[in-house]
Design a binder for this molecule. Sequence first.
Ligand code: NI
Length: 170
Amino acid sequence: MSKLEILKYPDPHLHEACRPIEEFDDELREFAQNMVETMHGAIGIGLAAPQVGDDRQLLVADLSVGQDPEAVLVLANAEVELEEGEIRGDEGCLSFPDLVLVVPRPAHVVIAGQDLEGNPVRVEADELMARCLHHEIDHLRGVLFIDRVSPLKRDLARRKIAKRIRAGDW
Ligand code: NI
């Protein structure tokens, strides 16, 4: 296993829509393992393939941040099948170090996808896990959490980021 480099905003890869996975082979499984290791190394609860410069629809999540091997979820070709309710909550993203935004997300989601063998998988999630999966699926469409806040807050965040980039603190 090896850690991958996490791309930071405004890397253009982060704005691209990913392609569906058609080959469920050893290379994909090894890549998924590397993504899990990268997420754990960065103390994150979710990571999507475009964040490490890959254009496949793959995401990993682990609310236990490496404490519980059974909590690791790897999903290929994930899409939101159903979403209900809305919760506004603090949110971060490994491609935006130390930036926290209040983002509205569904309170409950049903996600359809595939496991690493290509078998269909359905995942129901609430609250933080719903937020995490919704955020990662956004990444697969080239949508970032700053795209989910008001234009005013987006502008503020962009200015803060530009300042930190200039200061070498990004
Ligand atoms: Ni993210």
